[in-house]
Design a protein around this ligand. Structure first.
Ligand SMILES: [Ca+2]
Length: 275
């Protein structure tokens, strides 16, 4: 007795049992390559990712190299700037010492100049005293080669720059009473000297057109020289508020040029005489 084993056929198997063997299965091209397609695509995708990542890393490395180079350059620049700052600070310190040193020297020079100025005043005073003594000894009203006290000497002339103010006629008479006359100016060097002494102050001089034409106080005719007058002057202005009359007397303006003014105005004045 033999034991026979066999599978229990199901209905389909039973039905197929009687069917003809269909033969080997025929796969299409798509079916044959389908099993390789998805792995292949995944592999390709991974390769693309690797390549992209590599390219990206290459660009990043390039940028990092540039940044590193920039940082290095910036660091060098900062080091140089620090060095220059230190050098500049040393320079400022040296300059400060120099200024302090020169300041002491300048103070010394200023003190010396001050002493010289005082010596000059003393010298002028001594010369004036000598002049006054000479006048007394020789019983003269004026001594040759010297100027009275309070008068300034310029070359061969004596000038008095008054500290009081008078009308033009009073000033004229005061100068005459002191053996001089209200200033007459002709030479350029005298103009320059007087202008250098009168900056910022108005002074009468001996020039008037009260007689209808400009002339010096000693009667010498005067021809107007425009470079000596302020622009637009003399204008013989009538709006001076000084009563009747126009501007008939000349004075040195603060800038050393002339202006005509009403003669009653009280100004300082300049007397002149030969030394
Ligand atoms: Ca005027």
């Amino acid at each position: 007795m033999s034991t026979q084993f066999h599978d229990e056929p199901d209905e389909d198997d039973n039905s197929s049992f009687w069917n003809k063997d269909p033969g080997p299965v025929q796969y299409s091209v798509w079916s044959r390559y389908r099993r390789w397609l998805i792995p292949g695509l995944i592999t390709t995708f991974i390769l693309i990712l690797i390549l992209a990542f590599g390219v990206s890393n290459s660009g990043l490395a390039s940028r990092l190299g540039f940044v590193e180079e920039s940082a290095l350059n910036l660091s060098l620049s900062l080091i140089n700037a620090q060095k220059e700052t230190k050098d500049a600070a040393k320079g400022v310190q040296r300059l400060s010492f120099s200024v302090e040193s020169n300041k002491d020297q300048l103070n010394s020079v200023a003190e010396s100049l001050k002493q010289l100025s005082q010596l000059e005043v003393l010298s002028k005073t001594v010369a004036a005293l000598k002049c006054a003594v000479d006048q007394l000894i020789h019983n003269k009203t004026a001594a040759s080669g010297c100027c009275p006290l309070e008068w300034d000497t310029f070359e061969t002339s004596c000038f008095l720059f008054s500290k009081v103010s008078m009308s033009w006629h009073e000033a004229r008479d005061w100068c005459h009473a002191h053996q001089s006359q209200l200033l007459i100016l002709n030479a350029d060097k005298d103009w320059d000297y007087v202008a250098s002494r009168t900056s910022g102050v108005h002074y009468w001089i001996g020039l008037t057109d009260e007689g209808g034409k400009w002339e010096w106080v000693n009667g010498t005719p005067y021809t107007i020289d425009r470079r000596r007058w302020r622009p637009g002057q003399p204008d013989n202005w009538e709006g001076h508020g000084m009563g009747a009359g126009t501007e008939d007397c000349a004075h040195l303006h603060s800038e050393g040029r002339l202006n005509d003014m009403h003669c009653l105005v009280r100004l300082r004045f300049i007397c002149h005489k030969r030394s």
